[in-house]
Ligand binder design. Structure first.
Ligand SMILES: *Cc1c(COP(=O)(O)O)cnc(C)c1O
Length: 386
């Protein structure tokens, strides 16, 4: 049976080039880079190269910090809890601005801080699935410690106005964090032109290994560590460096930048082709304009068909998609972004997220289109609501 992976916003395949470059760092060069003997120092050059790819990939300045973390969930937790200690618990700020549609790594951490007495403003998205810089400007108060808004949404792929928000935060003197997990490798990401103070990323969303990510911290910005211990990573994050994974993430970032044009043209071309064909089916809707969306993502709704039922039919034919966030898709809940854009209750349960990568092909799209159409016919025939 054919096997087609269209759930790249949940995780991606490790690029074989990434796997290859990691290989020697398990059994040959296994030293602790902090050790002073040759086993330790053997890894220094490769780690340095990998980390400099991370700096290049997001256009960080040499004086900024790019700190390796265990995942983007850690990066997001770290920014919010670190700022809590710096500016709220030990300072006179009391307020954080975020959106209603952040990844749970931001959303649930904000709820935790709320339970400690922090005031959280969660900006709603508009009917186009986006938020405006003006909403952010109006939400910032004298006691705002941090603005945390994702670069691109994981469900819809919609790109938020990060450059304008960065300008506003700079003007108002408020720290700005962006979860850029869904932007890296899909659109250009430049921490300097966007005026961000913190930026989270995760290797497994751009064809690197799972269980490693990073946090960009602008030069001079203090952030209480989440993990105290040794002096790793300039004292910002303790724990022995995960050498092979850091090297893998560096290579994955290098490739992500190298393939940006390919993503912009070829992946987008496949996505648009697929979307155009699926939109020919009666009563099918796509969320958000194409211009403002990362090239690989489509959130599509088929009136009359539960998202889960559709996934089941696709899965039987060897196709992997999702009804939304991998973290939330286990229970039969309405897609949160669909609810936020004001979709009626029935339509909110029909969302299917299709997310491509540079490894998908035209043949796979044709297979998907055929299977999708067949599934719509079958499920609408047995549906009581259609
Ligand atoms: C996947 C994802 C995360 C979590 O990344 P992990 O490295 O798996 O913890 C955070 N934010 C967004 C937008 C994501 O898509």
């Amino acid at each position: 049976m054919q096997s087609v992976y269209l759930d790249n916003n949940a995780t991606t395949m490790v690029d074989p080039k990434v796997k290859e470059i990691m290989q020697p760092y398990f059994c040959e060069y296994f030293g602790n880079p902090n050790s002073l003997h040759k086993f330790g120092t053997q890894t220094h050059h490769a780690i340095h190269e990998a980390i400099s790819e991370l700096y290049k990939g997001i256009n960080a300045d040499d004086n900024d910090d790019v700190i390796i973390t265990g995942c983007a969930t850690e990066s997001n937790n770290w920014v919010l809890k670190g700022i809590y200690f710096d500016l709220i618990f030990n300072g006179n700020k009391k307020h954080i601005v975020t959106t209603e549609v952040e990844h749970p790594a931001v959303g649930a951490t904000c709820s935790f801080l709320e339970s400690l007495g922090v005031r959280i403003t969660r900006l709603p998205i508009n009917e186009y699935g986006n938020i405006s810089a003006q909403q952010v400007e109006e939400a910032i108060c004298d006691d705002t410690a941090l603005v945390s808004i994702m670069w691109a949404n994981n469900e819809t792929g919609l790109i938020f106005p990060i450059h304008e928000i960065g300008q506003i935060c700079k003007k108002k003197g408020v720290l700005f964090h962006t979860d850029a997990v869904q932007a890296i490798g899909k659109i250009p990401v430049d921490v300097q032109s966007a005026n961000v103070d913190f930026l989270s990323f995760s290797a497994h969303k751009f064809h690197g290994p799972k269980g490693i990510g990073g946090l960009y911290i602008r030069n001079g910005v203090s952030l209480t560590p989440l993990l105290h211990g040794g002096e790793h990573m300039r004292g910002r994050r303790s724990g022995t460096l995960n050498v092979p994974y850091i090297i893998g993430m560096g290579e994955a970032m290098r490739l992500a930048v190298e393939y940006l044009d390919f993503e912009h043209v070829s992946v987008r071309g496949l996505r648009d082709y697929l979307e155009d064909e699926l939109l020919k089916i009666k009563d099918v809707f796509v969320v958000g304009s194409r211009e403002n969306r990362v090239p690989n993502t489509t959130l599509i709704s088929v009136r009359g068909i539960e998202g889960e039922a559709m996934l089941w039919d696709l899965n039987k034919a060897g196709i992997g998609c999702s009804t939304g966030s991998a973290c939330a898709s286990e229970d039969l809940e309405a897609n949160p972004v669909m609810v936020a854009i004001g979709a009626d209750k029935e339509l909110a349960h029909t969302a299917i997220r299709i997310s491509l990568s540079r490894f998908n092909t035209k043949e796979e799209m044709d297979y998907m289109i055929a299977v999708f159409k067949k599934a719509v016919d079958r499920l609408r025939n047995i549906s009581s609501s259609y």
